[in-house]
Design a protein around this ligand. Structure first.
Ligand code: HSE
Length: 428
């Protein structure tokens, strides 16, 4: 019986470096718990001249495909990121029947369907716990611990960079630009943070979470993604004075037999569990029909936390690998995606408007609201100093997606009233 697993690692960045460290520091723990030695056999890097802190005997290469082609390598770990080369490596490794572990959420969200099919055809295993919420063991928890329940909703804070920015805007009253600059200085935000701040990174994670919770294979254009790059400090402080914290929330929910998914800045009541998730931390709330609300909290990124999730994919498969019985899909729950009817998707909304501070404007606005049968829950008006303009912030009672679309249309036609933001409001 083979009790040594040979590992080939592609990518030696933050997570790859954390993985090398865990493999060496926790070698005894891994052996004791899994009954197996994890031997790092080869590492593929882009720049072979950079000084690396690798254990003796590890082969360094600049060609990741040699990992797939090496018959002694049992498991290929892809931590390079990007799409094309990562896809080629994973495809080639699966084709050779190897177990593949990746944290590449963009690749899984965009090309997952074909990779899952290939793994199935080749009797290979493709695992990716680290692709969602870094160190939080959420995917395997959904597979194993919610199999007997009926999941109604998965929602959460699944991007650490934006949560750090929002926490600083909320607690220190910084502008978005100031908070982003600080996040970059501290290394939370990438030099190019576009995917984080536009919500795309969170959207990729929601595609994977929806797949596990509801079996649906969504495309990024199937749902609305709004980031925090257009959020302004006024709305953050207005939300605070109304008793809410603005968070970038990804949500996937079953509504009357359809699935509604979105990623957007959302007003969270200050005593809601998600309001307490601060800085670069993530949290995923899974609501099951039987179990009710459950919350999983932890670091959403970082070398060691994410590396632990990567290694959990291998330890959970060890017995199958040793017995030669690998080849089970990570998630076997499949359903056709039926989008929820926009008339049935109902939330209260926070509306942030500006209008000339003159008689008749508020009447014009309330007429539009009455016309679409929307009703007010809270309303605050404040003049913008010396500009003759008023800021109006509203929390509505529940509005359907169809009513919201009509409201936006009518406000666009009413040229003096500008709708600056319309954010969902969560309820306790
Ligand atoms: N850039 C991501 C975040 C981490 O800020 O949460 C990797 O998914």
């Amino acid at each position: 019986m083979n009790t040594t697993l040979n590992i080939g690692l592609a990518g030696l960045g933050t997570v790859g470096g954390g993985l090398v460290r865990l493999l060496s520091e926790n070698a005894e723990e891994i052996r004791a718990r899994s009954g197996c030695d994890f031997n790092l056999k080869a590492v593929a890097v882009r720049n072979p001249n950079r000084k690396r802190d690798l254990p003796e005997g590890v082969r360094l290469t600049t060609d990741p495909m040699t990992l797939a082609d090496d018959p002694d390598i049992d498991v290929v770990i892809e931590l390079m990121g990007g799409i094309d080369t990562a896809k080629e490596l994973i495809t080639r490794s699966l084709a050779k029947g190897k177990q593949v572990v990746t944290a590449n959420k963009a690749l899984l969200a965009e090309e997952g369907e074909s990779l899952f099919r290939l793994a199935d055809e080749k009797g290979a295993t493709l695992l990716y716990e680290a692709s969602v919420a870094g160190g939080i063991p959420i995917l395997r928890t959904i597979v194993n611990s919610f199999a007997a329940d009926n999941i109604l909703e998965v929602k959460g804070i699944v991007n650490g960079t934006t949560n750090y920015i929002l926490t600083q805007m909320n607690q220190k009253h910084w502008t978005y630009e100031e908070a982003l600059k600080k996040a970059q200085e501290l290394g939370f935000a990438e030099a190019d943070p576009t995917n984080d701040v536009t919500g795309k990174d969170a959207a990729y994670k929601m595609i994977i979470l929806s797949y596990f919770a509801f079996g649906t294979q969504l495309k990024i254009d199937d749902f609305k993604t709004e980031g925090i790059d257009t959020l302004n400090a006024y709305d953050v402080s207005q939300a605070e004075s109304l008793g809410y914290v603005i968070k970038l929330v990804g949500s996937a929910k079953v509504i009357n037999g359809g699935v509604f998914v979105d990623v957007a800045p959302t007003l969270v009541p200050e005593d809601h569990p998600l309001a307490t998730i601060n800085n670069e931390f993530n949290a995923v709330m899974v609501t099951g029909k039987a179990v009710g609300d459950t919350l999983f909290y932890g670091p959403g990124a970082g070398g060691l936390p994410t590396a632990n999730s990567v290694l959990s994919d291998i330890t959970s498969e060890v017995k199958n690998l040793i017995m030669g019985t690998s080849g089970h899909a990570f998630n076997t729950y499949q359903n056709e995606y039926v989008p929820a009817d926009p008339d049935n998707v109902r939330y209260p909304y926070y509306l942030s408007l500006t209008m000339p501070d003159v008689s008749g404007q508020m009447l014009k606005f309330t007429r539009i609201m009455a016309d679409i049968k929307a009703s007010f829950s809270q309303i605050v008006q404040a003049p913008i100093k010396d500009e003759g303009i008023a800021h109006v912030a509203v929390i509505t009672h529940e509005l359907s997606q169809s009513q919201l679309a009509e409201l936006k249309k009518q406000l666009q036609q009413a040229d003096s009233i500008k709708l600056n933001a319309a954010y969902k409001v969560l309820e306790n």
